[in-house]
Design a protein around this ligand. Structure first.
Ligand SMILES: Nc1ncnc2c1ncn2[C@@H]1O[C@H](COP(=O)(O)OP(=O)(O)OP(=O)(O)O)[C@@H](O)[C@H]1O
Ligand SMILES: [Mg+2]
Length: 504
């Protein structure tokens, strides 16, 4: 074969490889830093035609970054439409048309970068969540004591006693602190969530009177509720909290008034959406959107939006827990949320919750028993001294016979030596030596028919994951009031059958 023919053959092969390669490529003149040739994939990625590419300086696509980019790290390029993409470039020396040139292989990593950012954000949120959960745990014990004892004092004070007001203030402060702690816990991990089949339209409608009052007269509330909206499975109290937080934020963004829209819709999140968002499954969702035409947010604010305690509001106006709570609830419900915001134009927060295909089960709201007294025998195990004596005192006042101990091993002995019936075991979930769950399992093996009520402020040992969702596990979340305790105790004692322990 003559030499010329060989060369043409090589050129043709290169041409074919270059042209049809799925990866975007340029041939670049390294001296001039100009593009000599581009392939079809590069045309598709950048939106420039080959003719436009030829002779184009590399600086024309490069988005200049302050301080320059270290070589080898990804660069940001601008496409013909102005879209910014992240690319990794591989360079190889070649010969092109008889001159030394560079073959530049371009890898679009915009999607990967997006997911990496989300992953980093998720990891940060998880770390903060664990920290918050730990603090909230200790707070819960203290608040149970503060609220509980002030309620006991209140009950004992005769009407008209001058100390009434003081005790009431302590109780109120305790309750406010408990709400804050609960918010922290919601954010950090699922606690005592009671999901039900919900019609979000009904929930929005029934809350709208309250919402109107919340936002004042200068803001116009518009509802755009999709008539044949699918159902979702979520805790109604939590979704109300989501709605209130979003509505209050929207109101705060419109101090001079404006329009606040709450919108519901059936949507499908497709593979491409799921691919761009961490931990989102494609499928049918119900969308709940809260929009305002207020001040909007700049990029810096948007980046930190979901961080607990991040607020741009003056102290006293905001704690910065609103959106982190919303985030926690929505994620725990298997959903996702998107925020769109343009400075000076407004903000739209879209919450997606997985859509169920079944129609709403008709919820018969059982009339709650108010009679909370009883005379059964209760075995109480709680290592926190003050919580234990509060529970004991509340139960004794309500007529129960109570044996109590701080030590699960002692509880075992008490149960072995007691001849009568123990109707109910109330135990903390997290205890040193033996867990509440193990203790309950052991005692129930010996005492058929004994019911179990778990108490906890914060758990990390599976009762939440395995337990709360499993029907039949009775669980009381700290901090609780004596009234909630005695009510729960009645409920458990009167429930049919034996209580399962968590994880069964
Ligand atoms: N609709 C909105 N428009 C403009 N900015 C918003 C909007 N929603 C949230 N933000 C910004 O995000 C920040 C965090 O919101 P978040 O709800 O978490 O806390 P907060 O409203 O400041 O306090 P809290 O909700 O605890 O009272 C706000 O301080 C505000 O800067
Ligand atoms: Mg808020």
């Amino acid at each position: 074969m003559p030499a010329k023919q060989l060369l043409q053959d090589k050129d043709r092969k290169f041409q074919m490889l270059f042209e049809d390669h799925p990866q975007a490529m340029w041939v670049v003149d390294p001296k001039e830093n100009r593009i000599l040739e581009a392939n079809a994939a590069a045309e598709a990625l950048y939106g420039h035609t080959r003719e436009q590419f030829r002779g184009m300086s590399l600086d024309a696509v490069l988005v200049s970054e302050e301080g320059g980019t270290p070589s080898g790290s990804p660069r940001r390029h601008r496409t013909s439409s102005g879209r910014i993409i992240d690319v990794e470039m591989g360079r190889h020396d070649i010969e092109f048309g008889g001159h030394p040139a560079e073959l530049v292989v371009l890898l679009d990593i915009t999607g990967r970068r997006l997911l990496e950012d989300q992953l980093r954000q998720a990891q940060k949120m998880e770390a903060v969540g664990m920290l918050a959960g730990g603090v909230a745990h200790d707070f819960n014990n203290l608040l149970t004591i503060i609220s509980g004892y002030s309620q006991l004092i209140l009950n004992a004070l005769p009407a008209g006693d001058p100390n009434h007001y003081s005790a009431e203030q302590i109780l109120k402060a305790g309750e406010r602190a408990a709400t804050l702690t609960r918010q922290l816990l919601t954010y950090s991990r699922p606690q005592g969530v009671q999901p039900r089949v919900l019609d979000l339209n009904k929930l929005v409608t029934s809350l709208s009177t309250l919402l109107r009052r919340l936002i004042g007269e200068d803001v116009d509330l518009q509802l755009a509720l999709r008539p044949d909206l699918g159902r979702v499975s979520a805790d109604p109290g939590q979704i109300e909290q989501v709605l209130m937080n979003l509505v209050v934020n929207a109101r705060d963004a419109m101090p001079k008034g404006g329009t606040l829209t709450i919108e519901t819709a059936n949507v499908e999140l497709d593979e491409s959406y799921a691919g761009r968002h961490l931990a989102v499954k494609p499928g049918p969702y119900v969308q709940l959107a809260v929009s305002d035409n207020g001040g909007g947010m700049d990029e810096a604010t948007q980046a930190r939006l979901f961080e607990p305690f991040f607020t741009t509001k003056t102290s006293g106006r905001g704690t910065g827990l609103g959106l982190s709570t919303v985030f926690g609830i929505v994620k725990q419900s298997g959903g996702n949320l998107d925020v769109y915001s343009v400075p000076d134009r407004g903000t739209s927060v879209k919450v997606y919750l997985p859509r169920l295909d079944q129609p709403a089960a008709v919820e018969a709201e059982s009339a709650r028993r108010k009679v909370a007294k009883g005379s059964e025998t209760v075995l109480l195990v709680e290592d926190e001294e003050m919580v234990r004596s509060l529970v004991r005192e509340s139960l004794v006042r309500a007529g129960y016979r109570v044996m109590d101990t701080s030590d699960p091993l002692e509880a075992r002995r008490l149960s072995e030596n007691y001849r009568g019936t123990i109707h109910l075991l109330i135990t903390d979930v997290v205890m040193p030596k033996v867990s509440g769950r193990e203790l309950a399992g052991e005692l129930q093996a010996a005492r058929q028919g004994m019911k179990v009520l778990y108490m906890s402020g914060y758990t990390d040992n599976g009762i939440v994951n395995a337990g709360i969702l499993c029907k039949g596990v009775a669980f009381l979340q700290k901090p609780f009031t004596p009234a909630a305790l005695t009510e729960k105790v009645r409920e458990v004692l009167e429930s049919a059958g034996r209580t399962h322990h968590a994880g069964e």
